[in-house]
Design a protein around this ligand. Structure first.
Ligand code: FES
Length: 105
């Protein structure tokens, strides 16, 4: 297991936040333990689609993703579910799912 870095870009909020991530677990599981994870967290198993992101930089392996949430075109554009990808290198991802106007805290 290697420790990697995942940078999450939120264009709506104009922020970039870096997280430690593990090379043996999905990106979302690595960063969800951090308070204020910027990627929306839902089912954590590929079933709800709220954790959709676009990978801007880096390599990853992907577990199976439902076509209900990720189309062939999405895959061609590096759009994936954060709970289904495992980083192989440092990654930079952009949040695509809509987030609430106000943070719930
Ligand atoms: S958290 Fe539900 S698909 Fe990723």
């Amino acid at each position: 297991m290697t420790s990697l870095n995942v940078t999450v870009v939120d264009k709506a909020k104009d922020t970039e936040v870096a997280f430690d991530a593990k090379s043996d677990q999905p990106v979302l599981l690595s960063i969800r333990s951090v308070v204020g994870s910027p990627i929306p967290v839902g089912c954590k198993g590929g079933g709800c689609g709220v954790c959709k992101v676009r990978v801007l930089e880096g390599n990853f392996s992907a577990k199976r993703m439902s076509k209900a949430h990720i189309s062939e075109q999405d895959l061609e554009e590096n759009v994936v579910l954060a709970c289904r990808i495992i980083p192989e290198t440092d990654l930079k991802v952009e949040i695509l799912a809509e987030t609430p106007e106000e943070d719930k805290s």
